[in-house]
Design a protein around this ligand. Structure first.
Ligand code: PM9
Length: 461
């Protein structure tokens, strides 16, 4: 993206309705943070100024999507909105069958239950919290086969989401194809910094999988954002549309799980989609146990309509340029100020490198958790820890998983914040960086059993 020419990414939409924001005083923020146990997930939204916790379900819908809500067919069975969504998923993702779910983890739950047996191994391009947990709950073990560059915050490899095909082949050789129900491929890779996987690499994964008769399951949550990076940086794809690339990506896989709360510009929704009839049969049966009837999967008809409309809107190139352009605008501002962030700037978020930012804090004092808390204290900006807390504990030893990446994620809701908000963000991070040496670590005082980052509590040391 040309950073000197903002017309290259100016938004192809204008604001029709606004939601007031207020910033509470520093003293109030201190009280709110202590009350939340230094965990930004436990803050009240009303105490937050800029909410960069997540891009999940925090998107602004368009006037067309809001109009679509009014066209919700709330029949228990066979809603017309389901058939609209099914047609759009077939058209743009290319899979034969659709099973709607209330959100992404609903789809992850179903596919893990259907495909994974105790003792199985699931290789993938870096773990994601909910995805790995569902694999583990089904008795499987996730094995990371992403390229080494993904663990290096300074590597500027354009496709840090790529699978290391040698590592993948070694995992298959070691465990045997019969123990590998599928290869789990995310596009983009959230925990690596929103980094894309290339089409060429995905083809390599498919070829290897086919050789051994193993399925490939795509986490398509941000696959449209991934398609933009392929169009921009992978030779031979410049002339394709985002829709062409998305379809091509999906055609290299057997099924996908989807959190529609990201790419699809909605506030709730997800799905599982696949080509295999037998897999569909089982998932369609299980969805009624855990989510709802197979034509609504825990969603209202109106939600499915908004998703169907969102699919078309998110594939618009001008929209996607503005989406990625906004994130890069902030990233470039931080890089110019010498702030350590994951390079290159990813699709949905900027990731601060908390190891380098707070060099004096060891990982067991939770530097990323502390940095997220500090940014909130500075200016009411809410971000998310993506380091040792998110990584949880080793299933076998019970010890902390200590990931190489100790990051704070500043995530951009789609079509929500303005360029002035982005400037406030850059200034606030610079301010915290200036006084970084005075910042102390944290100790964990409460740890829940599952996905601890959501509810853990901390106290300052
Ligand atoms: N991602 C995120 O903030 C929301 C909750 S986890 C902190 O990034 C991928 C790549 C995701 C994802 C959610 C899910 C689960 C699956 N895959 O949140 O259940 O980024 O809709 O999707 C979150 P749901």
């Amino acid at each position: 993206m040309d950073k000197t020419n903002r017309r290259s990414w100016a938004e192809p939409f204008k604001i029709k309705m606004v939601e007031p924001l207020r910033i509470i005083s520093r003293e109030e923020r201190e009280r709110a943070l202590a009350g939340a146990g230094y965990n930004t997930f436990l803050l009240r939204s009303e105490d937050v100024y800029l909410d960069l916790l997540t891009d999940s379900g925090t998107n602004a819908m368009s006037d067309r999507q809001w109009a679509g809500l009014m066209m919700g067919d709330e029949a228990y069975a066979g809603s017309r909105n389901f058939y609209h969504l099914e047609a759009k998923v077939r058209q743009h993702y290319g899979y034969k069958h659709l099973v709607p779910t209330h959100q992404g983890r609903g789809a992850e739950h179903l596919i893990s239950r259907v495909l994974i047996k105790p003792g199985d191994v699931i290789p993938g391009n870096m773990y994601f919290t909910t995805t790995r947990l569902h694999q583990e709950l089904a008795g499987g073990t996730f094995v990371d086969v992403i390229i080494d560059e993904a663990h290096d915050t300074e590597s500027t490899h354009p496709f840090k989401g790529d699978v290391d095909l040698k590592k993948l082949a070694a995992v298959i050789e070691k465990h045997g194809a019969a123990k590998i129900p599928y290869i789990s491929v995310a596009a983009t890779v959230n925990m690596a910094g929103g980094q894309p996987i290339s089409l060429g690499n995905l083809r390599g994964v498919r070829d290897l999988a086919r050789k051994y008769g193993i399925k490939v399951v795509l986490d398509a949550t941000r696959a449209m954002e991934n398609a933009f990076f392929i169009k921009r940086s992978e030779k031979g794809n410049e002339g394709k549309t985002l829709a062409d690339i998305l379809l091509e990506m999906c055609s290299l896989t057997d099924a996908c799980t989807m959190s529609a709360k990201k790419d699809l510009l909605v506030n709730i929704g997800g799905f599982l989609a696949m080509n295999d009839d037998a897999l569909f049969e089982e998932a369609r049966n299980l969805v009624v146990v855990y989510e709802g009837l197979h034509t609504y999967g825990g969603l209202a008809g109106r939600d499915m309509e908004a998703m169907a409309i969102g699919i078309e809107e998110a594939l618009d190139l001008d929209y996607m340029k503005s989406r990625i352009g906004q994130v890069e605008y902030v990233g470039n501002g931080l890089i110019e100020a010498g702030i350590p962030i994951v390079r290159p700037v990813g699709g949905h978020a900027i990731f601060l490198d908390a190891r380098k930012f707070l060099q004096h804090l060891p990982q067991d004092q939770f530097p990323a958790q502390r940095l997220a808390a500090e940014l909130y204290l500075e200016s009411g900006i809410r971000s998310m820890e993506r380091g040792i807390v998110s990584a949880g504990r080793d299933k076998a030893t019970g010890k902390h998983n200590c990931p190489k990446l100790e990051l704070v994620r500043l995530t951009f809701p789609r079509r929500v914040y303005t360029q002035a908000h982005c400037d406030v963000l850059v200034e606030s991070v610079i301010e915290v960086f200036r006084r970084r040496e005075k910042i102390r670590g944290l100790k964990m005082v409460y740890e829940p059993k599952y996905l601890r980052f959501f509810q853990a509590r901390f106290e300052p040391l």
